[in-house]
Design a protein around this ligand. Sequence first.
Ligand code: HEC
Ligand code: HEC
Length: 312
Amino acid sequence: MLRLIPLSSPAARATLGVALYACALVGALSLTGHAGQLRAVTEGVYSSEQAQRGQQLYQAQCVTCHGGTLEGVIGPPLAGDSFLSAWSARPLVDLVDKIEKTMPLQQAGSLSRQQSTDLAAYILQSGKFPAGQAELNAAVLGQIAFPAARSSPSPAAGAPSLAPAGNLAQLMRGVTFPNANILFNVQVKDPGTQKPSAPVPFDYVLWGSTVYYGWQAVDQAALALIESTPLFLLPGRRCENGRPAPVDRADFKQYTAALIEVGRAAYRASQSRNAEAVVKVTEQLNDACANCHKVYRDGTQEGSSAGAARCR
Ligand code: HEC
Ligand code: HEC
């Protein structure tokens, strides 16, 4: 496939560094967790027979992308450290939902709840979690959680240090605004019914939207907001009028954290492949932008234009 930026370029490497660092910041800002878990996946929560049914489905529908030992090929690994850290402390119901609503990638929605649960049982067996007597069933999925991973990874040694390249308005226009708009667009276009059609005459931006379209684009927009919003708080950032961005103010940090939380809600809604659920979150998204803009962007002081009053 055509890549606009080869992965070996300095720009691409710098972007990877930024993504890693942003992950660590998100971890620090994360406000929510799953409370009140009753059982762990280590307690024999599925039966061997069920895992065997899951294995058959896996061999038929998943193996080409996730690999013979679940090591990951086109798709991510479904066993091992990186899988367990991605699912750290999350309830099994999230895994079953993920499978049922979004997999197999090209035929999302084709698996039943039972099949998706059997697949989860096979994933547990492959991860060396012991089998028990009873089958895993829909009623208990929300009460069983993956173990909490020990610690979140810190930025890789030698990663480029992170310094602002643009002012806050440029960050908003370049990153926040387009991604938020992809989410707002669900209000007027159901991602589930979108078909890609190549633009004539050729246009890279429009062409790009035929490569990653529909629900995948909505997933990515939500993830982009989660990962990029901590950059609002990068020390040394200035606003367009030259004033330092108010990165140390408690309320500015709260507005930033609130937008990250809405991003997470948008991702969860997108993963449910339910357009109405996403539309609902876009109301919160609108508020998360507006609450901060009211205070720090759209200044109302007498005698000063909005631009001059910004970031006070
Ligand atoms: C055509 C390739 C393809 C097929 C077939 C496929 N997947 Fe995936 N899978 C992916 C990709 C790519 C991702 C990462 C994107 C995402 O999370 O939506 C993924 C993500 C996942 C995840 C989330 C992993 C994580 O840690 O976030 C699970 C679980 C999963 N797949 C299970 C399955 C199961 C079970 C099947 C078979 C029913 C299956 N997949 C079939 C490509 C595939
Ligand atoms: C934590 C506070 C905060 C949040 C949250 C926030 N913004 Fe902003 N935004 C600002 C500030 C402050 C400016 C002005 C920056 C400057 O002048 O350099 C701005 C500027 C902008 C601009 C540029 C306006 C212009 O042309 O001058 C856009 C576009 C924008 N924001 C979009 C968004 C969207 C969309 C969201 C929500 C998804 C959002 N912002 C969330 C604080 C925030």
